[in-house]
Design a binder for this molecule. Sequence first.
Ligand code: ATP
Ligand code: MG
Length: 572
Amino acid sequence: MRMSKLYMPTLREVPSDAEIISHKLLLRAGLIRKLVSGVYSYLPLGKRVLSKIEKIVREEMDAIGSQEVLMSAIQPAEVWKESGRWSAYGPEMFRLHDRHEREFCLGPTHEEIFTTTVRDEVNSYKQLPLSLYQIQTKYRDEKRPRFGVIRSREFIMKDAYTFDRDPEAMKEAYFEMWKAYEKTFDRLKVRYKVVEGDSGAMGGSDSHEFTAMAESGESNIIYCNDCDYAATDEKASTVLVMKDQDIELKEMEKVLTPNIGTIEDLESFFSTTAESFAKTLLLTVNGETVAVMIPGHRELNLIKLLKIIDAAEHEIEMADAQTVREVTGAEVGFAGPIGLKKDIKLYVDKRVTEMKNFVVGANETDFHYKNVNYARDFEGIVVEDLVLAQEGDLCPKCGAKLHTDRGIEVGNIFQLGTKYSDALGLTYLDKDGKSQKVWMGSHGIGVSRTMAAIIEQNYDEKGIIWPLVVAPYHIIITVVNSKQEVQSELGEKLYRELSAKGYEVLLDDRDERAGVKFNDAELIGIPIRINVGRRAGEEIVEFALRREEQKHEISISEIEEKIKAEFKAQGL
Ligand code: ATP
Ligand code: MG
């Protein structure tokens, strides 16, 4: 491709809503453009990268015998009502009506569609196992679309669905998918960790997330260096060692704590640490207020709470000041378990029941109780674990200290069990003619998100550094001074020859200053660079790799050998 013809609108300035590097570089290098919040267009370079990622995903799916299909983005409401997710999915679902007032959505995912499609055709054990996938556009009206194509409202996902005769076969399909994902992300040169995930709204029993490691990522992961334990912070179960406790129960006392609302204020007022307090958090779930108690030095794990109360994420929020006043009779900051409005359900993290002589809010503005003890002074619904895991917690598997890291969820695999086959009536007849449930799995890869994740792991101050495998072009030939005939002629010759050999080559034949050309080459991150400059007459060019600083002057006869060496170095 000649750059004089390439549609590559680069930008000097980055729009202010681009917070992270991949978003900035995708815009600056002219790979994507925003249409509206969370909706992007892919320009030629972006489309090429996307297609390359898709190709690898497709090859690895095909390699495990999954068959490609393509389902509609428009989905009728009926199947979602049948599965119960029409309401459960909440405001993240884009909904629409046709001219006959029939309801539809733009598919955020396709469990319902695949299950009903298969239900209508599959009835015998002979048709199982079955694995189908698609690479298709998904729609989710995210609460906070951000980070460009990482959390967008329209995005490309590979979603695969597996159908098996029994739970063992479902698990086998799951591990096969796991292996295929490892191959996919290895080939894409993504540095990732596989962590236990929460199955959330998807339902089912077991799930793992493939997390591309990046500081900018929204996933917090917890892992152990001594064993293989790794999970998202939401999924991780916490083992808390509470500090040494007094043995004797002291008498409860009401204490005047004027203008003291935060844990930090309380720590200095009572000259103790947050571990000596129990926080009472008030939340509104579908209009009803619930209270949750956890040790004062820890954060609430909302996902664990949602499971206990059987609610979806969009159905819960922190109670507003008005509600707090109504249920506690006090201003915000003084909620506690004693004297809460009668019908409020109080969920108590088990560790609180093990604490002794702790401090809680008194449900009265400017007052706290000290020397409070569970059972003697109040009771609630005790829950095993409601706190978010954090750095330094103990591994639930081996007891070593856990570590934390951040990343971007690029893929996940779910064992769905029979959730959807039960709800939508997908069964098969076994060898004896008996009706059996189909065991399912659902497995996604964020194709467009992966493109951004690769940039998050491969860039420098000058721009993107694409790995060869997904680079929009392998090689860029920069004619340093296009006005010099000998330079442009050699550039043309190399362009023709290398293209004929099957390499994907960009020829910068633009009538621009050398500095502009070099900057663009670095910004768009083409892995192999050949600069045709003042020694063109001697058939000597400058050869450089985007991932390295050094440039080498070489004879054109050595070029191919150098290119091959780089392909080899990158495992191609
Ligand atoms: P997240 O927790 O980041 O919202 P999710 O758990 O909702 O992700 P899934 O429903 O499992 O995601 O979707 C499968 C894959 O699709 C994810 O692993 C992710 O890579 C990608 N994905 C999900 N939501 C988005 C989005 N809004 N924009 C881009 N990619 C997304
Ligand atoms: Mg999501």
